[in-house]
Design a protein around this ligand. Structure first.
Ligand SMILES: Cc1cc2nc3c(=O)[nH]c(=O)nc-3n(C[C@H](O)[C@H](O)[C@H](O)COP(=O)(O)OP(=O)(O)OC[C@H]3O[C@@H](n4cnc5c(N)ncnc54)[C@H](O)[C@@H]3O)c2cc1C
Ligand code: FES
Length: 276
C-alpha cells in the first residue's frame, strides 16, 4: 500500500455512452475513455457532470466494468444525495469531468487459493470487474451478495448473466437467505478444505464482520473502504483512515484515496477499536 506508486492523474472529459436504469435510485452508466477503461478491479473514479449541476466536488464511484479495447468503462450508481443524483441524471451524450483510474485495487490471489467475495449494497460493484480477472486467471471464486431488502440487490441479473456463482441474502428474507451475508459465508468456510482468501466491499459493519471472520481463521482478507472523499488524489485529507502497518507500534492516518481504498483487513483500525 504505502510503497506502491500511483501514476499522475489527469482531469478528463468523458461522454456518457449508455445509461441503463435498474429501477429506483440505481443505474448503470457507461462512459467513454480509453485510459480509464484500463482500470484494475477495486480502483475508482471521481465524477461530476461537466455542466448543469452546482457541485464543487466530484464524487467517488468504483469502476464496475471495463472494455479496455473499446475504451469504455461502467459504474453502478445508487443516487443518495446531490452529488450522486447529479451523475445519475446525466443523459446519454452528455459529458462528465472524471479523475481516474484512482487508488489501489484488489491484490490478485495465488492460483491455489479459493476466493470468497462479499459485497453489500453498491459495494458489490467492483466485484463484477474482479470476477472477470479471476475467471481469466482460472481461479475458483464465489460471491456472497447481501442487502436489506430484495430491491437493494439490483445487480443480481447483471452478475448472473456473467455466470458468476452467487449466494444472495437479505436482512428481511425477501430474496435469498434471510439474515446477514456473513451467515452463508461462514457455512461455506466451514466446509472449505483448502486455502481461502476473502475480499469484502460494502457497509462498514459488514466489512468488519468479514475481517473478524478472516482473523479468527487466519485467512487473508482485503476490504475496500469508502470514507468521504473530496479530491481523490491525496491532497484534501478528507478520506484519512487509521492503518497500522506490520511491525509498526501504532496506527497512522492514511489517505484512503491514494493508499487504498483496498487495504489488508489486518491493518485497518476500525473506529471503535481505537486505542488513542
Ligand atoms: C472508493 C469509493 C467507491 C464508491 N463506489 C460507489 C459505487 O460504485 N456506487 C455508488 O453508488 N456509490 C459509491 N460510493 C459512494 C458514493 O461516492 C457516495 O454515495 C456519494 O459520494 C454520496 O454523495 P452525494 O452528494 O450523492 O450524497 P451526500 O449528501 O454526500 O450523502 C447522502 C447520504 O449518503 C451517505 N454517504 C455519503 N457518502 C457515503 C459513503 N462513502 N459511504 C456510505 N454512505 C455515504 C451520507 O452519510 C448521507 O446519508 C463510493 C465511495 C467511495 C469512497
Ligand atoms: S479524498 Fe482528498 S486526500 Fe483523499
Amino acid at each position: 500500500m504505502t510503497d506502491r506508486a500511483l501514476p499522475a492523474v489527469a482531469d478528463r472529459e468523458c461522454r456518457l455512452l449508455e445509461r441503463e436504469s435498474l429501477g429506483g435510485a440505481y443505474a448503470l452508466l457507461t462512459f467513454e475513455h480509453k485510459e480509464i477503461a484500463q482500470a484494475q478491479a477495486g480502483q475508482f473514479a471521481m465524477i461530476q457532470p461537466l455542466s448543469g449541476a452546482d457541485l464543487i466536488l466530484r464524487r467517488p464511484f468504483s469502476i464496475m466494468d471495463t472494455e479496455p479495447r473499446n475504451g469504455r468503462f461502467t459504474i453502478f450508481l445508487k443516487a443518495v444525495g446531490p452529488g450522486s443524483a447529479a451523475v445519475f441524471q446525466l443523459g446519454e451524450g452528455e459529458k462528465a469531468r472524471v479523475l481516474g483510474p484512482l487508488g489501489h485495487g484488489f491484490t490478485p490471489p495465488a492460483s491455489a487459493e479459493r476466493v470468497y467475495l462479499v459485497g453489500g449494497g453498491y459495494g458489490v460493484a467492483p466485484f463484477a470487474l474482479f470476477s472477470r480477472a479471476l475467471n481469466e486467471a482460472g481461479i475458483d471464486f464465489h460471491l456472497f451478495y447481501g442487502g436489506r431488502h430484495a430491491r437493494e440487490l439490483p445487480l443480481v441479473g447483471e452478475l448472473e448473466r456473467r455466470g458468476i456463482k452467487i449466494t444472495l441474502s437479505t436482512d428481511d428474507g425477501t430474496r435469498g437467505e434471510k439474515g446477514r451475508v456473513t451467515a452463508p459465508l461462514l457455512d461455506a468456510l466451514a466446509s472449505e478444505q483448502g486455502r481461502a482468501r476473502l475480499y469484502a466491499c460494502g457497509p462498514e459493519a459488514m466489512m468488519r464482520a468479514v475481517a473478524d471472520i478472516a482473523a479468527g481463521r487466519n485467512l487473508s482478507c482485503e476490504v475496500s473502504l469508502d470514507p468521504w472523499m473530496g479530491c481523490g488524489v491525496g491532497t484534501c485529507l478528507g478520506c484519512v483512515v487509521k492503518i497500522q502497518e506490520a511491525g509498526e507500534l501504532s496506527w497512522r492516518h492514511r489517505p484512503a484515496c491514494t493508499e487504498g481504498p483496498v487495504f489488508d483487513s489486518k491493518r485497518v483500525i476500525w473506529p471503535d477499536h481505537e486505542h488513542e
